[in-house]
Design a protein around this ligand. Structure first.
Ligand SMILES: Nc1ncnc2c1ncn2[C@@H]1O[C@H](COP(=O)(O)OP(=O)(O)O)[C@@H](O)[C@H]1O
Ligand SMILES: [Mg+2]
Length: 358
């Protein structure tokens, strides 16, 4: 029998979304068949060191027994190496990378670039699509060029806000209006995002976003519902049934995302068939417009008057057992194990397509 494919699952990382990435990875590790793959979990600590988890089953058992433990606590110290070695490790010891990192240095095209340099296939989007999807302003530009509806927004450089605040305040009052949302251009998990009801709150919101990025996005608030659609595939992607996020908080903020009981997922979302079809169509168009690959979750707003907007595209969506992405596929007829198999197949397919020579 041929050697098993060595699948490197990379998770954790230095971004603010470290914890959710670890939870997603635990789920993915439990879904990957040990009979089919040699699974190599590679944890990145908050400090940026790499941890090689050799005995996955044992590590997971220990982690499940004590929820306070992290991967770092359950592996021998000799399996900890500095992040500079990740490139040579991927090149020599891994046949395929499954990145399970959210946010910067993982979902934004940087790790994808490392995989490209190492000439190793990887799950999900390539360098360009990952970088574009991570940047909320760039995403809007591409989607608008493809006539996909997005919410009106303005990018303001942090420097401009600091140098001419009055100009920015006037622009928001005249053009964007209130309520509006202020966000760092590169963000995830709602970090640095505020809903601004009145002009008096604008300064504080911009200061909060400016802690995370040099570019800030000010966007008209859409009053309505939040719907998400999962996409799976490469050249001929499929869209899942839509799911709805229902939260009692003012918006889907960090607490709503990661505190038990603060948000419910309703799958499939209770929508008219026509709206579902339109959202599925936009989800596929958005996926193709950015040239995504493998997987993505496309997030929408549905306004009270029934207007649909694409809010953002997540190229490495949350993948915990209770996350929207795997649950949408479960309800569409693809269980978790088949889903990770399919993602690996798609990564191999994309790699072969890229290296194709006539
Ligand atoms: N224009 C908007 N109108 C209404 N709600 C918004 C708007 N922008 C953001 N939100 C709220 O903030 C949340 C996080 O914003 P989002 O752009 O999705 O950033 P992130 O990448 O952090 O998820 C959304 O899920 C939604 O609840
Ligand atoms: Mg979001």
């Amino acid at each position: 029998m041929a050697d098993k494919l060595r699948v490197g699952v990379i998770f954790g990382g230095r971004s603010a979304e470290h914890d959710i990435s670890v939870m997603s990875a635990k789920n993915i590790l439990s879904l990957l068949s040990q009979a089919k793959y040699k699974v190599v979990p590679i944890g990145i600590t908050r400090e940026g060191n790499c941890l090689l988890v050799e005995d996955v089953a044992r590590a997971i058992k220990k982690l499940e027994r004590d929820r306070k433990l992290s991967f770092q606590d359950v592996i021998p110290p000799e399996n900890i190496f500095p992040s500079e070695k990740i490139f040579s490790f991927i090149k020599q010891d891994i046949d395929l990378v499954f990145p399970v990192l959210h946010g910067r240095n993982g979902e934004d095209g940087t790790l994808q670039g490392v995989c490209e340099l190492a000439d190793v296939p990887y799950v999900g989007s390539g360098v360009m699509a990952s970088a574009l999807a991570m940047d909320k302003a760039a995403t809007k530009k591409i989607l608008s060029a493809h006539h996909i509806p997005v919410v009106k927004a303005q990018v303001v450089a942090r420097r401009r806000w600091e140098d001419s605040p009055e100009e920015v305040i006037k622009y928001v009052s005249d053009e964007i209006k209130y309520p509006c949302f202020v966000k760092p251009v590169n963000t995830g998990s709602s970090i640095g995002i505020s809903k601004v009801q009145h002009q008096e709150e604008l300064k504080e919101a911009l200061a909060a976003a400016a802690l995370h990025d040099r570019q800030l996005l000010i966007e008209t608030a859409v009053e309505g519902r939040e719907i998400e659609v999962a996409v799976l595939g490469n050249e001929t992607p499929q869209a899942s049934v839509p799911g709805e996020i229902v939260t009692s908080r003012p918006f889907y903020d960090y607490e709503a995302k990661y505190t038990d009981g603060c948000a419910q997922l309703s799958i499939p979302a209770d929508l008219p068939a026509r709206t579902t079809e339109k959202m599925q169509k936009f989800a596929l168009q958005a996926f193709k417009a950015l040239d995504c690959a493998g997987m993505a979750r496309v997030d929408f707003f549905l306004s009270r008057s029934g207007k649909i907007y694409v809010n953002e595209i997540n190229t490495i969506p949350g993948f915990t057992s209770f996350s929207m992405y795997p649950q949408l596929w479960e309800k569409t007829g693809i269980d978790g194990e088949s889903l990770v198999d399919k993602l690996i197949e798609l990564a191999m397919e994309r790699y072969r397509e890229k290296t194709y020579v006539k």
